[in-house]
Design a protein around this ligand. Sequence first.
Ligand code: SAM
Length: 308
Amino acid sequence: MALCVHRIVPSAGPEGQAASLLPGVRPIIRVMPAPEQSSDRPDVYTHGHHASVVGQHARRTAERDAAFLLPRLRPGMRLLDVGCGPGSITIGLARAVAPGETVGTDVVPEVVEEARARAAAEGVTNLRFAAESIYGLSYPDASFDVAYAHQVLQHLARPVDALREMARVLRPGGLVAVRDADYATMVAWPKSDAIDRWLEVYHAVATRNWADADAGRRLPSWVRAAGFADIEVTGTVQIMTDPASTSNWGESWADRTLESSFGAQAMEYGIATRAEMEAVAAGWRAWAADPEAFFMYTQVEVIGLRRG
Ligand SMILES: C[S@@+](CC[C@H](N)C(=O)[O-])C[C@H]1O[C@@H](n2cnc3c(N)ncnc32)[C@H](O)[C@@H]1O
């Protein structure tokens, strides 16, 4: 996907979200999650692993999606990529630390299998994958130099517990690196009531899953709460403006609205009706076909040091 990427110094936005409504559609009252560390909240992965989701994730690269981390990597480092999904970023990270070993983990065995196949097809040999949860990694204490989580903490009910587990497997002086979008920063042009409604529904589904779609702004405090030091915060403004990118993004979200776990959950939770979701998907497709389509949002990136 061709993107314009601008490095910025981030500023924290307000918690909460202004409602914007389609005429006649009931408002969603967004309740901010209460303290998120309770272990009686099961994770429900909002996106699921429909081909429309995993295909989008597989377009990612370390060069673009871990650009803030790459300058800190050295050959010979041992790196862990948690919630690695289809592994396209993990492969680039493995190349950056070769001959050091990289391990990619994800809680879903099928996507781990896909990552394994992708790495084999690309001939990357210093990389292996395992199906396991971020909350209970199977590696000894202090066994990695770097631990990365890309677009993962936004989906978790207990992000600080996950970061503490990443800290456990890092050696003293090792680096944690996390990157998450902040959905409240997402804006589309031309304006679209359907896309506004999509954003409301997405927030409501994530909140119902004990997750925070606006995780980007919370990353620094989560990383601090997990005990990391020397925290560095950067941001990337992601802009899609060429027709290839906007068409892919819009068509992908149209498919995801109707066919992925996100759409199914929205209807199952009573957040949106099938008719509304069809209207949202149609709105995404209309936007995707518009030669003036433009989409922009902020990604927040944090690096922290494991204390000695
Ligand atoms: C948005 S995808 C990101 C995938 C990859 N990091 C990337 O950016 O392309 C989030 C991934 O986190 C995984 N995940 C969700 N909950 C998890 C957990 N508790 N432990 C490990 N992985 C988890 C999901 O299965 C999914 O593959």
